[in-house]
Ligand binder design. Structure first.
Ligand SMILES: Cc1ncc(C[n+]2csc(CCOP(=O)(O)OP(=O)(O)O)c2C)c(N)n1
Length: 566
């Protein structure tokens, strides 16, 4: 059957079971958009191409499927770069289709031409420029395969206009692509080593990361920890991979980790790190990180092993089968922790928890941002998917909202992209319309992609925005307070829109709370409305996120708030 390039693209999207395309049209993709006009594929028109990529990324994080977006050449393509880099840093599977000028004009500085494969080479898992119609179908298939396979990531496919207008015989059965699957053998020797290490460990600790969520290994990790009573800490990306309300959970470690998680890492004698890459925000000074421990690291990506932290036992495998094999091995070999030793270790951790719990001033006259987050948890009982922006709002969410399920905390970890949360929430909610989806935002970040309120309004994507409005670029202000003698250089955001009026201008609902006693009622009201709602909480302006590990310090050296120390 002879088909045009545009038809082949849409056919393969259907074959790949793509449910939603997030996109924005332009000259180079007009033919594709014309096909979409009469297609059953669902397309959501965003208001900025960065929003399209973050929405596809939110969709992918919430569903575990590949997120898809479509944009035009030149500025449309360059506007996707931040979104692509965000997904790349957090290993999120995306396929980003960009229009391109016709092949004979490539290299001519043609109108809206840009070398997007060159630009995105360092921030994609892989990218392609489709040079002729013969390459089109296998390239698109391969793009989806690469996005998913092994450690996932974003793949860009650049589609010149003339290639999409050309025709070719299309037979899906004849498409062959390279196989990128990695094959894993069980590692009996390594399991024996791990067993020995556990047998000798008096103070074991599990550290869980984003790889556990991406690798769908949360159940196995939880089983391992619970069966052998091993306490668990996690990275920002790992939140939700172990139940946040389980007593074995110590919260996040690292720069804004809990006192007890950071102390446990520093004092443990065995660290089993699963699906983590030991980011510098997590480790603090490398030399002193888990200095008393032997380290086991399980990761699908060999390049993550021994890159930042040298480990004693590397296991290169997908997290799920690796943990399954480990559980089986430990069961078959009747591993059981020494009861006294384990009681002593959990007791030591309980002591740290009691000495320095996460806390804040609870009888303040102004709204504390932590209070808003805790109240959100109380009202929803955690039955909500949270996206965040970047900065203090993100850290307080990580600290004060216990995530019990994987894929419910959706945040830009590696790149730390302000402006991520709103479009990501739109992506999540469009995939899972029956779930409550809340973007916890800072006023600076929210303004970076505020235009996406129109997308939410147009498609009735009823996301809720909980704006922790401190009229500052709060996290940067915090660093200026602590390290630059309160010289608040260009972080005051007092000149801001009236967010309630702005919400109304976009056709959504705006609510405001200015006093602590209004927090709960505002949240209840906002969550109950069947429309997108922006809730503007005027919070304590100069609140800081604590604990804080100063840059260059060990994670056991934390700056604490006086409120925290019992
Ligand atoms: C696109 C982008 N630009 C700059 C930064 C640097 N940065 C990190 S946190 C932050 C402040 C965020 O302010 P806001 O969104 O108001 O959140 P708050 O910290 O007050 O909760 C800035 C500017 C960033 N992470 N991303």
């Amino acid at each position: 059957m002879k088909l045009k390039g545009t038809q082949i693209l849409l056919k393969i999207l259907e074959e790949e079971q793509v449910e939603i395309i997030f996109g924005y049209p332009g000259g180079s993709v007009l033919d594709i958009y014309d096909r979409l006009y009469s297609s059953k594929l669902r397309h959501i028109l965003v208001r900025h191409e960065q929003g399209a990529v973050h929405a596809a990324d939110g969709y992918a994080r919430a569903t575990g499927k590949v997120g898809v977006c479509l944009v035009t050449s030149g500025p449309g393509a360059t506007n996707t770069v931040t979104g692509i880099a965000t997904a790349n840093m957090d290993s999120i599977p995306l396929v980003v289709f960009t229009g391109q000028v016709p092949t004979h004009l490539i290299g001519n500085d043609a109108f809206q031409e840009c070398d997007i494969t060159g630009i995105t080479r360092p921030c994609t898992k892989h990218n392609f420029l489709v040079r002729n119609i013969e390459e089109l179908a296998p390239t698109i298939k391969e793009a989806f395969h690469i996005a998913r396979a092994g450690r996932p990531g974003p793949v860009l496919v650049d589609l010149p206009k003339n290639v999409m207008a050309a025709e070719i015989d299309y037979d899906p059965d004849k498409i062959t692509i390279r196989n990128y699957e990695t094959f894993h053998k069980p590692f009996p020797k390594k399991m024996a080593q791990c067993y020995e290490m556990l047998l000798h460990a008096k103070r074991p600790l599990i550290m869980t990361g984003g790889g556990v969520i991406l690798g769908k290994a949360a159940a196995e990790l939880t089983a391992l920890a619970r069966k052998y009573q091993i306490p668990v800490t996690g990275t920002l990306m790992g939140l939700g991979s172990f139940p946040g309300s389980d007593p074995l959970w110590l919260g996040m470690l690292g720069m804004h980790g809990t006192y007890y998680a950071n102390m446990a890492v520093s004092e443990c004698d065995l660290l089993i790190a699963v699906g983590v890459r030991f980011d510098d925000r997590v480790t603090g000074t490398i030399e002193t990180f888990a200095a008393n421990a032997q380290i086991v690291q399980i990761d699908i990506d060999p390049s993550s092993i021994n890159r930042n932290i040298v480990v004693d036992l590397p296991i290169v495998d997908e997290c799920r089968p690796a943990l399954q094999i480990m559980l089986k091995y430990l069961t078959e070999h009747n591993y059981a922790p020494d009861k006294e030793e384990r009681r002593a270790w959990l007791g030591q951790i309980a002591g740290w928890k009691e000495k320095v719990p996460l806390s804040y001033c609870r009888n303040s006259q102004v709204i504390k941002p932590q209070h808003v987050i805790e109240t959100l948890y109380k009202i929803t009982q955690g039955n909500v998917i949270i996206t965040t922006e970047v900065g203090q709002n993100q850290m307080w969410t990580a600290q004060f909202f216990p995530f019990d399920q994987p894929n419910t905390f959706i945040s830009s970890g590696g790149l730390g992209t302000m402006g991520y949360g709103l479009p990501a929430a739109i992506g999540v909610k469009s995939a899972l319309p029956d779930r409550q989806v809340v973007d916890i935002a800072g006023d600076g970040s929210l303004q970076m992609n505020i235009q996406e309120l129109a997308t939410a309004a147009q498609y009735k994507i009823n996301v809720k925005i909980v704006l922790l409005n401190n009229n500052y670029l709060g996290m940067v202000r915090q660093w200026q307070e602590l390290f630059y003698e309160k010289r608040y250089s260009f972080t005051d955001m007092t000149y801001a829109p009236d967010f309630v009026k702005l919400a109304e201008a976009y056709g959504i609902v705006g609510l405001r709370a200015t006093k602590p006693e209004e927090v709960e009622s505002t949240l209840r009201q906002g969550l109950a409305i069947d429309k997108p709602v922006l809730m503007d909480f005027h919070v304590a302006r100069e609140e800081c996120v604590y604990p804080m590990v100063r840059p260059g310090a060990s994670i056991s050296e934390m700056t604490l708030d006086r409120e925290m120390i019992n």
